[in-house]
Design a protein around this ligand. Structure first.
Ligand SMILES: Cc1cc2nc3c(=O)[nH]c(=O)nc-3n(C[C@H](O)[C@H](O)[C@H](O)COP(=O)(O)OP(=O)(O)OC[C@H]3O[C@@H](n4cnc5c(N)ncnc54)[C@H](O)[C@@H]3O)c2cc1C
Length: 415
């Protein structure tokens, strides 16, 4: 595959852009593969990418029932940060954040990583205490965050009203190297790199059953026929419970809708990401100028990828208190995704009761930021048959054993 470069852009400009190749192949499935990954979202594609890059395993198919990146990976608000409280979380999220720094070079695709800084506002004294604790934990973990006062918040983000009537801003946990990236580009970049390594990305192909023999996985049944495999990775976010049922086990998680919305584009007015978790809202400005807004999850389970209207109203109402200027904006569009939420708000990366079947799920409202690191850890587990150091604590046995990785402060609402 030809490399993308400034030179290639200049060359194609002179050729009326007639020389670009397809970014990835669109193959028919082979009879069998060494590894099948179900789900061509960011986590599935990153897993395939690192299987090839780190472990030399390229006889891999990524099977997607819709189009690649059409799940939560293409629906999120793209916040990237690693300011989590518990050590295993900080390790995997910081690994991921650091991989984002070089991803454009690693996959030869501009993913528009923008480390513009992320602040999580403290709007109650309880939050101040919570974030000071996280700041200390982050310092011990080697994650660069600081707790800043309200004046610094105002300096970094002049459109904030720090003297709100209900919830004045008392400070914020600030991560200067947090930020955003272009979500579709993350999926497209990995897909192109995987295809280049000879892997098959099979779209419009739904997995309908998991085949097994003697307690070991042997393949999958799909809408394009049966496909055999030696190892299977289930990486389907909001549909993890459905796939687990096909494989014969249950998962300790719930699937709920999470929504986001964007405003009409306006001139640049905010060059940081702000999360206001007390009032359930967060906002950043996209490169096109739209204000990208999100809130909390719906309070009931569903698979409809829409979400309820009252949640939008609640989110916008909450944000207007902190950003009064958005009351004058028109909202352009709204969408939803189905997120898979565990009881301790931490993901599951582990083996399953079915032999050679592995699972990666439970990223809930905050898995976009984890894509490269999660793929790294899941690829290592699939290649070696056992979770490596990054994934070791995230097995689902922790729910039986009471070893929770409690991230309800960092991930209950926050993304
Ligand atoms: C509105 C919203 C805002 C968010 N904001 C943020 C944020 O700011 N920062 C952040 O870090 N995270 C955020 N998230 C969470 C983040 O988007 C997810 O955690 C992450 O994208 C999950 O990626 P994934 O690859 O696991 O899942 P997905 O991208 O959903 O991929 C799973 C794929 O599996 C496919 N699939 C399902 N069933 C089958 C089947 N039977 N056969 C074949 N394929 C199947 C689906 O079609 C889908 O494409 C947000 C989520 C939403 C919905």
């Amino acid at each position: 595959m030809k490399r993308y470069s400034a030179f290639a852009v200049a060359r194609e400009a002179f050729r009326h852009h007639a020389g670009w190749e397809r970014a990835w192949r669109n193959p028919e499935p082979k009879k069998s593969y060494d590894v099948i990954i179900i789900g061509a979202g960011g986590h599935g594609l990153a897993t395939a990418f690192w299987l090839g890059k780190n472990h030399g395993i390229t006889n891999v198919a990524v099977i997607e029932r819709g189009w690649l990146g059409g799940g939560n990976t293409g629906r999120n608000t793209t916040i990237i940060r690693s300011n989590y409280l518990q050590d295993p979380s900080a390790a995997i999220y910081e690994k991921s954040r650091s991989l984002y720094e070089t991803m454009s070079q690693d996959v030869n695709y501009n993913i528009m990583f923008s480390p513009r800084g992320v602040m999580m506002l403290a709007q109650t004294h309880h939050e101040v205490r919570g974030y000071l604790r996280t700041e200390h934990a982050n310092n011990l973990q080697g994650v660069a965050t600081t707790f800043i006062g309200p004046e610094k918040v105002k300096e970094l983000c002049p459109i904030i009203n720090i003297d709100g009537p209900r919830y004045p801003v008392l400070g914020a946990l600030w991560q200067p190297r947090g930020g955003t990236a272009r979500h579709d580009a993350v999926a497209w970049g990995y897909a192109r790199a995987c295809s280049d390594m000879g892997m098959d990305i099979i779209q419009q192909c739904e997995v309908t059953a998991v085949r097994q023999e003697g307690g070991q996985v042997t393949g999958v049944e799909t809408t394009k026929g049966e496909i055999g495999c030696n190892k299977l990775g289930i990486v389907v976010a909001g549909h993890s419970g459905v796939l687990a049922e096909m494989a014969g086990f249950r998962l300790p998680l719930e699937s709920v809708a999470l929504q986001a919305l964007v405003s009409e584009p306006i001139k640049p007015c905010m060059d940081v990401v702000v999360m206001a978790n007390t009032v359930h809202g967060y906002m950043s400005q996209s490169d096109k100028g739209e204000m990208v807004i999100g809130g909390g999850t719906d309070g009931y389970n569903n698979y409809t990828q829409r979400g309820s209207f009252h949640h939008i109203e609640e989110t916008v109402r909450a944000l207007i208190e902190t950003f009064p200027m958005i009351s004058r904006l028109k909202m352009l569009r709204q969408w939803g995704g189905i997120v898979d939420v565990t009881g301790d708000r931490s993901p599951i990366i582990g083996k399953t009761p079915l032999g050679n079947c592995f699972i990666n799920c439970g990223w809930g409202t905050g898995g976009f930021k984890a894509i490269p690191g999660s793929g790294w850890a899941t690829a290592e587990m699939i290649a070696k048959g056992e979770p490596g150091p990054l994934a070791a604590e995230f097995g689902m046995d922790r729910f039986k054993e009471g070893r929770f990785i409690d991230e309800s402060v960092a991930a209950g609402v926050a993304h």
